[in-house]
Write a protein that binds this ligand. Structure first.
Ligand code: NAD
Length: 496
C-alpha cells in the first residue's frame, strides 16, 4: 500500500511511527497510509523553515513572484493529475476538482503581484527635514491547517500570499486527503522555490498542537469545523500568534415570490448538491417567502430525483460520494432526525445504491419541506446533500431568521426587486452575500470570510486581508541633519 509521509526542506521524508489510513470514498477501499507527525518531527520542520526564512525573506519580491509564475504554469500542466488525486481521495467529480484548482490558482495569480502589494506608504517632509514611510515585512514561519473538503483550494488561499510576502510555511493538510498538497509541494520545488520555504507536515492533533504552541510559529491560518476553529483561535492566540480561523456554516437562500424561479432552481441545484453538499458555501436552507415554496418544490423535486450520483472519475456524474463512512453515518443520522422531528422528507437519498460501488460512501440528494427553526436539521451544519425548505410569511421574517442563526458564512437573495436586494445587503448579518448569485465566493483579489461563529479573528483570507495577515508593518521616521546641535527635549515631540 502507498505510504504518504511528509515533505520537508524540499524532499520527502521517512515515515513516522504513527499513521492513518486514506480511503477512496467511491469504493470504500483503503488506498494509502499517511504518516502522522510527532511533536519532535513538527519541531524539526519548523527549525528548517526558520533557517530558510533568513534567506527567502531577503530575496526580492520580484524574484519571489517569478517562482510563483512558474508554479502556476506547472499546476496548469499537471491539472489532470492533480484533479484525479483530489477525486480519488475526496470523491468530488473531476470537473469540480478542476474548478477548485482554478479558484486556488487565482490566489497564486494575485500573489504574483506581490511587488506591488507590498509597497508601503511614504510622506515627504512630515516636519522640517523629516520624512516618514512604512514598509510591510514578513513575519517568519507561519502555519496553515486545512480541512478535507478543498484539499487544493484552501491551502492555496493561504500559502501563495504567505510565501510571496517572504514568509516560510508549514502546511498541515487534512489527513483524509493529503496527496494533492504533497504534489503541489513537489511542483513548488520544481518551480525553483528554495528548500524549506514550503513544507508539508501530515498529522493529527499532536502535529496541530505543536504548531499552535511553538514559539517560532508566528501566524496560524485554519479552515475547518467551528468547534476546532474556536479551539485553534483560543490556543494559538494564548501563545501570542496571529490567528485567522474559519469555521462551519449554514447558508440560507432567501427566495422572494418575484424571483425568476427557473434561475433560482438551477442555481440551487448546484449550490446545494455540488460536491455532495460538502462545501462551506453550500446552500443548505431555502427560506421560501409566501407561496414561492410551492413552485420551488414542483420544479426542484424532479431535478433532485434525476441527480446522477456515482464515482467522480466517471465523466457524466453530478455528485460523488461523501468523504468517509463516519461522515456518511453522521449525515444519514441527520436525515433520520429530520424525519423524527416532523419535517416532510420529499426526496430520500438514503435509498440510493450505486452499481459496482456498494461499499462507497454514497448518499443521494435529500429534500426536506416544512422544516421549522427549532429542528436540529435547521440549527446544525450537516455538510451533506441535504436541503431544507423553511416556509416563511414575508421578507422580514426571513431576514430575522438568517440574522438569528449562529453561523454567518454566506447567504443569497433571489429576487427581481432592487429595493429588497439592497435592503438585504445592508441589513443581513453574514460575511458574504449574493444577489441572484447562489455561492458568493469572493474572487482572489477580494477577501473571503464569514461572520459570527463562522470566523474567529479579525482578518479574512486572501485578497487585501491576506496580505495584511502575513505581513507586519514598520513605520520609519528619518532626518539627516547637517550638524548635531540638537538639545535634549523632555516633552512629547510635536511638529513645530
Ligand atoms: P475539521 O475541523 O474536522 O478538520 C480541519 C483540520 O483540523 C484538519 O486538518 C484536522 O486534522 C484538524 N483537526 C481535527 N480535529 C482536531 C483537533 N481536535 N485538534 C487539532 N486539530 C484538529 O474539519 P473537516 O471535517 O476537515 O472540514 C469540514 C468543516 O470545515 C466544515 O465544518 C466546513 O464548514 C468547514 N469549512 C469551512 C470553510 C470556511 O471557509 N469557513 C471552508 C471549508 C470548510
Amino acid at each position: 500500500m502507498q505510504q504518504i509521509n511528509h515533505y520537508i526542506n524540499g524532499a520527502h521524508t521517512d515515515k513516522s511511527e504513527r499513521s492513518s489510513p486514506v480511503f477512496e470514498p467511491a469504493t470504500g477501499e483503503p488506498k494509502a497510509k499517511v504518516s502522522l507527525a510527532s511533536a519532535a518531527e513538527v519541531a524539526g520542520a519548523i527549525e528548517l523553515a526558520k533557517k530558510a526564512h533568513s534567506s527567502w525573506s531577503q530575496v526580492s519580491p520580484l524574484n519571489r513572484s517569478r517562482v510563483l509564475f512558474k508554479f502556476k504554469a506547472l499546476v496548469e500542466q499537471n491539472m489532470d493529475e492533480l484533479a484525479e488525486l483530489i477525486t480519488r481521495e475526496h470523491g468530488k467529480v473531476l470537473d469540480d476538482a478542476k474548478g477548485e484548482i482554478i479558484r486556488g490558482l487565482e490566489v497564486v495569480e494575485f500573489a504574483c503581484g506581490i511587488p506591488h502589494l507590498l509597497k508601503g506608504e511614504h510622506t515627504e517632509q512630515v516636519g522640517g527635514g523629516v520624512d516618514a514611510w512604512c514598509v510591510n515585512q514578513s513575519l517568519g514561519v507561519v502555519a496553515g491547517i486545512a480541512p478535507f473538503n478543498f484539499p487544493v483550494m484552501v491551502p492555496m488561499w493561504m500559502f501563495p500570499i504567505a510565501i510571496a510576502a517572504g514568509n516560510t510555511f508549514i502546511m498541515k493538510p487534512s489527513e483524509k486527503d493529503p496527496s494533492s498538497v504533497m504534489r503541489m509541494a513537489q511542483l513548488l520545488t520544481e518551480a525553483g522555490l528554495p528548500d524549506g520555504v514550503f513544507n508539508v507536515v501530515n498529522g493529527d492533533k499532536e502535529a496541530v498542537d505543536t504548531l499552535l504552541s511553538h514559539p517560532d510559529i508566528h501566524a496560524v491560518s485554519f479552515v475547518g469545523s467551528t468547534p476546532i476553529a474556536e479551539y485553534i483561535y483560543e490556543t494559538a492566540s494564548k501563545h501570542g500568534k496571529r490567528v485567522q480561523a474559519l469555521g462551519g456554516a449554514k447558508n440560507h437562500m432567501l427566495l422572494m415570490p418575484d424571483a425568476d424561479i427557473n434561475q433560482a432552481v438551477g442555481a440551487l441545484m448546484g449550490a446545494a448538491f455540488g460536491s455532495a453538499g460538502e462545501r462551506c458555501m453550500a446552500i443548505s436552507v431555502v427560506l421560501a417567502v409566501g407561496d414561492s415554496g410551492d413552485a420551488l418544490v414542483e420544479k426542484l423535486l424532479p431535478q433532485i430525483q434525476a441527480l446522477r450520483v456515482g464515482n467522480g472519475v466517471t465523466p457524466e456524474m453530478d455528485m460523488g460520494p461523501l468523504i468517509s463512512a463516519q461522515h456518511l453515518a453522521k449525515v444519514t443520522s441527520y436525515v433520520d432526525t429530520g424525519v423524527a422531528e416532523g419535517a416532510s422528507l420529499l426526496a430520500d437519498g438514503r435509498t440510493l445504491s450505486v452499481e459496482d460501488h456498494e461499499q462507497g460512501y454514497f448518499l443521494g440528494g435529500c429534500l426536506f419541506d416544512n422544516v421549522t427553526p427549532d429542528m436540529t436539521i435547521y440549527k446544525e451544519e450537516i455538510f451533506g446533500p441535504v436541503l431544507a425548505i423553511v416556509r416563511v410569511k414575508d421578507y422580514a421574517e426571513a431576514l430575522e431568521l438568517i440574522n438569528a442563526h449562529e453561523f454567518g458564512n454566506g447567504t443569497a437573495i433571489f429576487t427581481q426587486s432592487g429595493e429588497a436586494a439592497r435592503h438585504f445587503c445592508h441589513h443581513v448579518q453574514v460575511g458574504m452575500v449574493g444577489v441572484n448569485v447562489p455561492i458568493p465566493v469572493p474572487m482572489a483579489f477580494h477577501s473571503f470570510g464569514g461572520w459570527k461563529r463562522s470566523l474567529f479573528g479579525p482578518l479574512h483570507m486572501h485578497g487585501p486581508d491576506g496580505v495584511r495577515f502575513y505581513t507586519k508593518r514598520k513605520a520609519i521616521t528619518a532626518r539627516w541633519p547637517k550638524s548635531s546641535e540638537a538639545k535634549a527635549e523632555f516633552v512629547m515631540p510635536t511638529m513645530k
